[in-house]
Each structure stands twice: as structure tokens, then as C-alpha cells.
Design a protein around this ligand. Sequence first.
Ligand code: GDP
Length: 315
Amino acid sequence: MNRFSRLLDGLAKTRRAIADGLRAALAGRRVLDPEALERLEETLIAADIGVETTTHLLSALRDRLGSSETTEESAAAVLADEIERILTAAERRPAATGGARPLVTMVVGVNGVGKTTTIGKLAARHAAAGRTVVVAAADTFRAAAGEQLAVWADRSDAQIVGGAPGGDPAAVAYDALSAAVARGADVLIVDTAGRLHTRSNLMAELQKIRRVLAGRMPGAPHETLLVLDANTGQNAIEQARQFDRSLGLSGVFLAKLDGTARGGIVVAIAKELGLPVLFVGTGEGVADVEEFAPRAFARALVGLPEDGAGARPAA
Ligand code: GDP
């Protein structure tokens, strides 16, 4: 299966909802009248594109299509174009890492979003590209987290550095970075805790990990990636806002895009927070990950076929 058809597959439920909504909005009409726009508004909000973004998209439709004859395709093309613009505008330039070795990525997110699986996928991608990987199991509170991580790490030949249960997560991160440097590893991925009930403590703990990493290697962590569960809808926006405020994120890994009809959340994250989605998770397997491409995503989201333009080379 090629990358676009995997993305289509992952987005199937969201696409169906939006395509059905467009069809219903235009049913028996030749133009997008106020009632049609209202129906479309409901569809887009239900797909978790967000109120602000939906308002923007509807006014773009009004401006660009006016009272001219409208088909599902022409309306979808305008939506895809506007969505692509929003997604592209949110792309943050990657931090200048100066070819840092190891490249240090800190992975954050609340428990259950798919963080451990995501780290497994990222480690496997690096390993497939011939890079050596060390994983820091810095969630010392969940005994199972370290074990689960070890299984994933094993599958991609990554080395894992853990600590005693209940130990200091920042110390684990420090040790793992020292080990990665000593071994000449290309990449260090730092898993972190994500318990929800003590959020201010959690943020303080994550900030401490950042400080300790930076103290051991200036410039580290080079990336801070937030994992979000696509099923959580608007709640994901709130999580992203809090983590970004406390840690300054590089971008989002949106897990579980398959199986949700709320894939529009990607657009809301870009528009409301200016945060880029860098990867999407499209299944439970280690290979079920796609590098995010704004144009392909925008077209897939509204049910248009791939056009090849603007595609990024496969990484
Ligand atoms: P953590 O608590 O955040 O570390 O979450 P886990 O990595 O343990 O994942 C929680 C559940 O989500 C597991 O059942 C995973 O298989 C599942 N999961 C993770 N990523 C994806 C994804 O992209 N798609 C699907 N369908 N399931 C996923």
C-alpha cells in the first residue's frame, strides 16, 4: 500500500463524514445558499475542525464561490485549498540542530494517548534509516511503561536506559543521554510520564528533564514532540495548549487517526495553536505511521484524490 492510500485508509471515517456532509449540503441545490452553509457548518464542527476554523472555511467558500454554480468537487477544492494554507502556515521551521549527535527528542503526552507505541514507531523509523537509537524510559512511575517500552525498543534494536521504579526521571534522562553520547548513538528518544491528576507537578517534572538534558548537552532536547489521541477532539487542543505553554513544543504526533471521524482536529491544532502536526499514527503496528504532508492531508480530508503536487519526498 502506498503512503497516500494508507493516509486515506486512516482518514476513512472522517472523509466519509465530510463527503456525506458536503453532498447533503448541496443536495438538489446549484449554489451554496445559507441553509447549505449551515448544514456544512454542522458537518465541519462534528469533524472537530473547530468553530474558529469552520467560520473561516465557510467565509472562504462564500467569497470564492459566491453565487456561481457549485458542485461537490468545486466546494471540496476550495476547502482543500484553504485547509492546506492553514496547515502550511503552521509549519514551524525545524530547530537548527547543527547535525547534533545524538539528536535528542523528548516525547510528552498524557497517559493512554499512545505515547509508548509512538516511541516504538519512531525508533523503528530511525532504525530502518540505519540510525542507532537509545530510548530513555523516564516514566519511572508506571512500572508497566518501562517493560512495554523495552518490548518496542527490542523490536527496533534500540538500546534502552531505565531507572529504579519511583526514581528521579531527570536522572534517567541524564544517564540515557550520557549512554547515548558514550555509544555514539545517532538518536535519543526520551519517554516521559503523563499522569493527569497532578498536572502542575507533571509540567515541573518535564521542565526539569529539559534542564538536565540541556545541562548535559547544550541545545538538547532538540525536539519536543507532543502525542495526542485523535479521538479526544477539542480536549486535545487544550492539552496541546498547556504542554506548549510549559515546554514550547516542536510539533504534534497525532495517534489513532484511524478509527476516528474527528480527523479535522489536525486543522484546528494548526489554526488555533499554530502547531504543526508532524506525524500521524494510523494503526497499532510499528509501521503504522505517516509523515505529515499538508497538501495530501487536505485533499484526503475532503475526499479529493491525490494530485501529486506538493508531495514531500518519502523520508
Ligand atoms: P500510552 O499510555 O500513551 O503509552 O499509550 P500506549 O502506547 O500504551 O497505547 C494505548 C493504546 O493505543 C494501545 O492499545 C495501542 O495499541 C493504541 N494505539 C497507539 N497508537 C495507535 C494508533 O495510531 N492507532 C490505533 N488504532 N491504536 C493506537
